[in-house]
Design a protein around this ligand. Sequence first.
Ligand code: ADP
Ligand code: MG
Length: 243
Amino acid sequence: MIEIRDVWKSFGEKTVHRGVSLSIPDGATTVILGRSGGGKSVLLKMIIGLLKPDLGSVTVDGKEVTTMTFPQLQRLRFKFGFLFQAAALFDSMTVGENIELALRRHSDYRDADIRDRVRYALALVKLENVEHLMPSAISGGMKKRVGLARAIALTPKYMLYDEPTTGLDVETADGINLLINEMKTTLGVTSVVVTHDIHSAFVVGDRFAIFEQGRFIATGTKEDIRNSPDENVRKYIESEIHT
Ligand SMILES: Nc1ncnc2c1ncn2[C@@H]1O[C@H](COP(=O)(O)OP(=O)(O)O)[C@@H](O)[C@H]1O
Ligand SMILES: [Mg+2]
């Protein structure tokens, strides 16, 4: 379980978070929705201690992240897989080598098991016989899948997805959404998905949190969100559906 409590964060003069609180329960997919530039990516970075709030608390499985030492943060990050906005594959390495590198750096799998692990991870994202390809030879959608394979190969408890479908065509995006759901059902991963795509949000989400003006203005199930008495929530959902 991840708990964010009354987090405040500014960059210079600009206050990005103004008392952000959110509980992220295990075994479900929580979707964070909000406008571009609002502070969603920064929030994900706070969960893994890449950025620190100015005030407030972030706990993962009961442990306070904001005061962790570097070795404690390294241990914390073993629990997490990330799919960042850009898939961030190393261009000079093959697809297989990209995943192998992550396993060598961040796991204690033995050499003999690493090949199998790479194949297993690629099969999970429905890719076969791509180990020897260079990233430049595959499509944007495939790169996302490889990025997901690399994250999932490390068997994380939590997966953080930052705009996983942004920039993809609808069909490719739906493929990624199905995979996000499969990671939950087959591996039991707890996921946090940041997006501004309402369609994708409703395909993958069990719980939703709408971020506006530095805090969450609504959290809950799809019905909770749809029936929110807050006019800004309805406006947000409607404006997104019609664009
Ligand atoms: N490391 C940083 N240093 C300074 N400003 C930052 C940093 N990271 C993010 N910001 C600013 O914080 C705001 C929120 O950014 P971000 O979390 O990336 O928004 P989004 O909701 O689109 O993911 C933006 O104005 C951005 O410029
Ligand atoms: Mg972002």
